[in-house]
Write a new protein. Structure first.
Lengths: 466, 466
């Protein structure tokens, strides 16, 4: 245990649990609900419980530059003591931050709206798209999650499929997501195949008299199971959508700010020829401070203004949020966290690929930078999701004081999205533990690798592609 | 000038303005757009520009316990350095804060959802209401404003009337708001008269096959022009709405946390026999920190959970927000800010009533605690809104370094909602300046009081009622 203060605990754990049951909405789920963790302190990629036990954090992408980074804390604390007010007054932090964010993006994405959460950002993106186009229909991907406000539940199959008797909003159209494993093997040109489905759905919408306002997608699907779109898919989709008078919204709430390693924004993985019309940001932007941003073109911004309706967001773009946002950008550069994400991400992916050669339960390893998914399957040929096994891995890792989660439509994808200061040694540790847990599990289940030769070939092909 | 650091300015004012034009959405309006103010620091009820000039702040209700209150800054800074993570881990701040908030409310309002803004709170309130009731239709008041996300624009006539060719969402029904001046003079029982309209609209909705999910109202209408509902109105409305299977949502985003002086929540002005089903909070809750809360009953919370859909809000209820929320509650008690709001609010209202006896332009003075509106009219009998004159007062006050705003459907209501540490001397100063500005204005316009006797009588009647 490092220098951890226990004074942060004020109640017995049992009391905390009882009060939570009494006063916090039961829809707000807790990790490991049978035996939840009480975290009282965190630093870098580590979290500490009330007994001072250290957990390696592989999941908190929000604590982007590391939990409680001193530069970020200092920037926030200083500005809190000086001024915290709304954006109806001039303030340098607001404009300097907007300028800095803009510099990370293609030139035409030059106008910012500061809001408080990814949900507020995506809702505003829809408002911008609808006002600019005068259209209403939205195309979204299968398994997508874009936020918790009403307008976003409508475009989030990941959420609305949880509702018994859910009704699809008639203005929302769901297209297939590129099955992460399948397209890599079966299709010579998956980008075109899946983009063609967007083209076809647009034609259907037009036939019914609808008009496309936007296509929205996470640049890499996160809750959907760490799914990376085939290169060229966004370009082709954008072409179809623009032709229909709609706009392309890239949701970078989970995956932006250098996480993918090779690029600052995940949509840039598609190539320099792709520029979305609207980009939304969130989670990591303030290292945990509630803030987010929508960036768009001058044309979209002017159309939004011309509606005659002001946009005022009470907290959005306040000097404290902007000071924190600036500090996060500074730390990313100063500590080369994007470079670290690339290097450690590759190292982690390689370690996991080796595990795949060893463990029948691992059906796929995929990801970019420090955004990596390990899909567990009961059968590599049938791709049967190993949902219970994924849960078992998560629980066993927790006993080893490692925090990992499972997601995807079948909750069978182990999800790595750690703070960006994650190290090679951290990767070694978690992979070593996963190795042991999978070995035990496979032994208990009597699972063996089906055909060593095939597996190796497939793994080699993948590496060639990266 | 107090001990104000000028180091907070990093750019020439002109550069700040140019960058803002380039990078901030033009729908985000600035105060005094012809000659905006650059604020670099603030303390208590005062704000300071880049030249160190002090402004008396009569409008920033968000800086509830005073700008940059040291206790709040300290609580936030300390917790930022210790831990800032999501509510999927147990944390004492979350449950202690929920418990403290609950203690300010009627017993049955016991379950909290922590979110990031008033908009997120009101959107969630609608989701709770719709899930609990299984109904969809919502009744809202004329001139209401409930937030900026899509679902709330729909129930905010204050906003959607700004849109050219706005279409009312077919599930939204707007009822008349009690005209603040008219009902006090003309109607023996305004509560029943206006509640009956709700009853009638419910009947109409039923006839068309609709079903009422909720009635939503600010406990006192703020953007609508500081309008106070007649006592008994909420009880009667709640009765009609409950009979229809709907719930009552009290929006306390602007007016909660002791601002009304006599009570901690503004809905409590209606009497102890009134309990809303859902209360939403926002702006002042974190003294500027982006946070907010929805509180409801166990029954509503359980129905929401039974839908099968989790509710996760990335930043909502994080330990930093909760530490700040707790500090705000502490300061309100420690400095008796609710008592101050009552005393200074009454003093301010009395000063303004005296001004009304003197100035033909003042049509009405109304409010509770430190939430006071002064309605300017060109003609006291016809109630012609003095919109330009209200703007003139605001601009002249700015020259005197006093920040006040005008709102209401005709933007002719001077709006006092200062930090709660506002003093009697502050009230003296602003009223003295208003007196002078109105004197000059009336002279220029040739306006005189129509009939001194009537005015005095009316004013006396009002006082008897308070």
């Amino acid at each position: 245990m490092d220098n951890i203060s226990m004074s942060a605990e004020r109640l017995e754990k049992k009391t905390t649990i009882d009060l939570r049951k009494k006063h916090i909405g039961p829809s707000c789920k807790i990790f490991f609900s049978q035996d939840p963790i009480k975290i009282v302190q965190a630093k870098g990629q580590y979290m500490y419980d009330e007994k001072g036990q250290r957990y390696l954090d592989c999941i908190n992408n929000v604590a982007h530059v590391g939990h409680c980074h001193p530069d970020v804390v200092k920037a926030g604390a200083q500005q809190m003591g000086l001024l915290n007010t709304n954006s109806r007054f001039l303030h340098d932090n607001l404009v300097l931050y907007a300028q800095r964010l803009q510099a990370t993006l293609p030139e035409q994405l030059s106008v910012c709206y500061f809001v408080n959460s990814g949900s507020e950002a995506n809702d505003l993106a829809l408002r911008l798209a609808r006002q600019y186009t005068g259209h209403r229909d939205v195309i979204t991907l299968e398994n997508a999650y874009h936020g918790h406000v009403s307008s976003l539940i409508d475009i989030s199959p990941y959420k609305f499929h949880q509702l018994s008797g859910a009704q699809l909003n008639p203005f929302v159209h769901v297209v297939s997501v590129f099955p992460p494993r399948k397209y890599r093997r079966d299709q010579p040109d998956p980008a075109t195949a899946y983009a063609d489905e967007v083209r076809d759905i647009i034609a259907k919408v037009h036939k019914k008299g609808g008009k496309i306002a936007a296509f929205i997608a996470e640049s890499l699907q996160s809750c959907g199971g760490q799914v990376i779109p085939p290169v060229g898919y966004f370009q082709q989709v954008a072409e179809h959508v623009h032709k229909a008078g709609g706009v392309f919204i890239a949701d970078e709430v989970q995956v932006g700010f250098g996480r993918v390693g090779t690029n600052f924004w995940a949509f840039q993985l598609q190539g320099e020829d792709f520029v979305p019309d609207i980009v939304t940001m969130g989670k990591p932007i303030g290292n945990g401070h509630p803030m987010s941003c929508v960036v768009t073109t001058k044309e979209v911004a002017e159309a939004f203004m011309s509606s005659g309706m002001d946009y005022f967001n009470t907290f959005g773009g306040n000097p404290v949020s902007c000071a924190i946002g600036l500090a996060v950008l500074d730390v990313i550069v100063k500590e080369d966290l994007q470079g670290n994400a690339m290097r450690v991400g590759r190292y982690l992916a390689n370690l996991l690929e080796k595990q795949k050669e060893k463990h029948a339960l691992i059906g796929d390893v995929r990801g970019c930078g420090l955004f990596v998914g390990v899909e567990l399957v009961r059968d590599r040929l049938k791709l049967t999701p190993a949902t219970a096994e994924a849960q078992e891995v998560i629980y066993k890792l927790k006993e080893e004081h490692i925090l990992l989660s499972a997601d995807g439509p079948h909750r069978n994808v182990l999800k790595f999205k750690p703070p960006m200061c994650f190290t090679g040694e951290d990767a070694d540790l978690v992979v070593e533990k996963i190795d042991r847990i999978l070995t035990d599990l496979e032994e208990a289940l009597g699972l063996k690798l089906p055909d060593t030769v095939n597996v190796e070939n497939e793994s080699k092909k993948r590496k060639d592609r990266h």
